[in-house]
Design a protein around this ligand. Sequence first.
Ligand code: SF4
Ligand code: SF4
Length: 551
Amino acid sequence: MFCFQCEQTAKGTGCTAHGVCGKDPETADLQDLLIYAAKGIAMYAHRARQLGAKDRAVDVFVVEALFSTVTNVNFDPKRLEQRLRCAHQVKEVARQLYEQACKAAGKQPEALSGPAAWAPADNTDDLIRQGEAVSIEDRIEEHGEDVAGLEELLTYGLKGTASYADHAMILGREDDEVYAFFHEALDYLAGGECTVAELLAMVLRCGEVNLKVMGLLDAAHTETYGHPEPTSVRITPAKGKAILVSGHDLKDLAALLEQTEGKGVNVYTHGEMLPAHGYPKLKKYKHLVGNYGGAWQEQRKEFDEFPGAILMTTNCIQRPKDSYKGRIFTSGLVAWPGVTHIDDGDFTPVIEAALSADGFARDEPEKSITVGFGHHAVGSVAGKVVDAVKQGAIRHFFLIGGCDGAKPGRSYYTELAEKVPDDCVILTLACGKYRFNKLDFGDIGGIPRLLDVGQCNDAYSAIQIAASLAEAFGCEVNDLPLSMVLSWYEQKAVCILLTLLHLGIRNVRLGPSLPAFVSPNVLKVLVDKFNIAPITTPDADLEAILGAAAV
Ligand code: SF4
Ligand code: SF4
């Protein structure tokens, strides 16, 4: 296996013997093969769409295939094998669609080769060998590190965008242009003759499409569950039976809340599910009692200690300990071998596991944090914020957000947030906020100094907030007193970064380390064009942002 798609990749260069995330070589090979198969489907689907023919089942399959290969989503080789066999059938549907469209248009179909000609081997071992044959290493050797690295950047951007498209799709929001782009980009990658200039243009288009997808998801969330509003969330346990819900899928949480109503079970959020407390149609459930624990990398310790059932709705799942393997469940595209998967939205097994577990024996002294500062909530106090800036009460805004992870270098973000001067406001989002969201930052004239914007996909909200501030000040986002200091871990963070680049946002600081798949030459292009910089130390970065005298 060779995989370097996430920030925790071994030695900062690539996982080879086994994934640091727990992905075994067989699973890695099957995931590589699934991407290859998705390219084959896209080769036909892209050409069919150009002739006016499309098929929603084909579109949806490609999105799910991409999302299945995101870090910490699907670790189950059996489920991946099923998906690969299905991929071949879907490719045949796409091929027929294309050939029929050609016939209707009086054209001769192209004879496609490469991924379009792939057929799955008969057994698992041979499938794994097929996966080995399409590994990234071969492409690096064949295309060189600049082109191969940019191909991966595009592929990871597509994976991240697909995850948000899947969440939006689950809530009934889709866009044909988004499906068309997935197919076009995968077909382009399948062609094998990419250039640096074309790839750079394509990754920026991926950022543009991701902005659209995050907008779709924002609309899906807010139209279904209402606009998030500032909400105090209990972070200490309450006495009683308990279910912990993690991941990003609000629909699964809503279904679980409905199914647990009146059953004497308290529901807690974990990790990226924390922002759910701010949505009116979710917080109306009294048994959504609070948030438990921190970010995904703490889950083996926290799930072990949690005296109830656990539901992982999407990434980021970690290898479950035996102590809780019998009371953890997965739903959607996330999977782990031997863990019960809920396919049909009926969470009875989760509820039964919670009822037969001990639950919390007592109420812990109540402590709380505040969430729910989406673009709607912040927009409603924008006038107050702008006045505070004009009067000099607020000097600068920091967006400190992104993914969390296990590396010690991530303590930078805690230290930075602590050192941000008292006359500055911190916007945060995604699971990186657990590094500092329980600290007391106080307020500036009633405006909280820490504003929790939401999940990683709520980067859309952060962009809207920045855009409305720019409008209020009559300037460009790059001219605002706003600095973005981001942490990345996996491919959702990649597509968000591409969106920021598409919007022309400069001076983003990125850490804790730079992506292994970005070659020095490509990094130079990104630095020259967008002035992306790696994080250094909190003191040095604050000084660079605010000026030595002002820190
Ligand atoms: S997803 Fe990350 S940790 Fe897992 S195998 Fe790939 S690079 Fe390694
Ligand atoms: S922000 Fe990134 S690392 Fe954190 S839970 Fe979401 S996807 Fe995973």
